[in-house]
Design a protein around this ligand. Structure first.
Ligand code: ADP
Length: 380
């Protein structure tokens, strides 16, 4: 927007109103265009690129309401002011619903016009600034992702390869003590690489959604695959992993690998933060428009005041002898659920256990296609 010369378009079939308004605006240093009906007014939007549009609600031809809607579709940042000759609450509310910022009831004074226009311009500046900041943030995010993946990850992978060469004795004999040190270096480096990979995954979830295209798939097989991945840990920690009645008619629309990631993370945590001989239960239920999968454990639980923070990036509950981790697992779970229009609910009692409930929206079936996806009750 040209700060010195804001642009205002007036769409009103009453020529006297257009003239009166444009005189005020020109005097105040604005650029003004006029249209005496909606269609030509809409045509002016692309070329003139107004900051503010004043629209009369009652015009012959295309209605003011329709004009409002069409402008809002074209550019959400154009601030719309409605001119109405019949200042009813209903028409004002209706026009706000369709994107108007405020309204002027005829007859209005030049000062009323000025006050509303100034406020509209402030609004316009604020939304343009917000948009600029959003773009800037996105650009910085993209830069940071490529910095982390290229400048940080790549050299670490190279160091890892050198360590493999050293440890394998390819570049000369290695003593037992040296070999121990090399192995420790490899373990720490692996943790660092895992952390970077998790962070990259977190940063790319939204991009993935746009790229991959979501599909319908059965949830029970995905949960089965997640369980296969975490079974060795359950065995190692002596935790009893139980799966109860995951209905096989649960169809989810989304990215299979991302959804699998949710359950590997949650079940992994429920084992990691469990006690010796404890158990984990995975089961499904329905709640309104959602399928819900509860992952419950008999573990160490989470202090009540910390539950609200769980899932923030890098947030870890402070406790003695904390298991290794990055504090990114649940942030990834939450972000994946976000892009699938789902949510995570956490209930926990300290020293008794926790339940992490995953809500995923049911797939809406087009009318007449019921049964195509095998949704019959008999499949349970
Ligand atoms: P990480 O496990 O790598 O620390 P997460 O994001 O997976 O990171 O978890 C964040 C924190 O939430 C953990 O540090 C842990 O204290 C707590 N937490 C997660 N799952 C459970 C659970 N099932 N029982 C108790 N605490 C949990």
């Amino acid at each position: 927007m040209d700060i010195n010369k804001p642009k205002i378009l007036i769409i009103d079939d009453e020529e006297t109103i257009c003239d009166a308004c444009s005189q005020v605006f020109i005097k105040d240093g604005y650029l003004v265009e006029i249209s005496l009906e909606g269609t030509s007014g809409l045509e002016k939007i692309d070329n003139f690129k107004p900051d503010i549009v004043l629209v009369d609600l009652k015009m012959p031809g295309i209605s003011g309401m329709e004009v409002l809607e069409k402008i809002a579709e074209k550019d959400r940042n154009i601030v719309l002011i409605v001119i109405t000759g019949y200042a009813s609450i209903e028409s004002a509310v209706e026009s706000m619903k369709r994107g108007a910022f405020d309204f002027l009831a005829k007859p209005f004074t030049p000062d009323e016009l000025r006050i509303i226009t100034r406020r509209a311009l402030e609004k316009r500046r604020a939304s343009l600034e917000a948009e600029r900041l959003k773009r800037e943030k996105e650009r910085m995010r993209q830069n940071f992702i490529s910095l982390v993946s290229h400048e940080l990850r790549t050299p670490l992978v190279a160091v890892m390869q050198y360590l493999e060469v050293l440890g394998g004795g390819i570049s000369g004999e290695v003593s037992k003590e040296q070999s121990k040190i090399i192995n420790r270096m490899k373990i720490r480096l692996n943790e660092l690489l895992k952390l970077i990979d998790r962070w990259l995954k977190l940063s790319r979830i939204e991009e993935l959604k746009l790229k991959e295209g979501f599909q319908d798939f059965s949830l029970s097989s995905v949960i089965g695959e997640a369980i296969d991945l975490v079974k060795p840990l359950a065995y190692e920690r002596n935790v009893n992993l139980k799966v109860k009645s995951i209905a096989n008619n649960i169809i989810i629309n989304g990215d299979k690998e991302m959804i699998k990631e949710i359950f590997t993370n949650l079940i992994n945590n429920s084992i990691k933060y469990n006690r010796e001989g404890g158990s984990v239960m995975v089961e499904s239920r329905e709640h309104e428009d959602f399928w819900v999968i509860d992952v419950s454990d008999t573990g160490i639980g989470i202090p009540e005041q910390e539950i609200a923070h769980i899932g923030e990036e890098f947030y870890r509950v402070k406790r003695e002898g904390n298991a290794a981790g990055s504090g990114l697992g649940l942030a990834i779970v939450k972000k994946i659920l976000d892009v699938h229009n789902g949510k995570l609910e956490i209930k926990s009692k300290l020293n008794q256990g926790s339940t992490f409930s995953v809500y995923l929206p049911k797939v809406k079936i087009a009318k007449g296609k019921e049964g195509l996806r095998g949704l019959g009750e008999g499949n349970k």
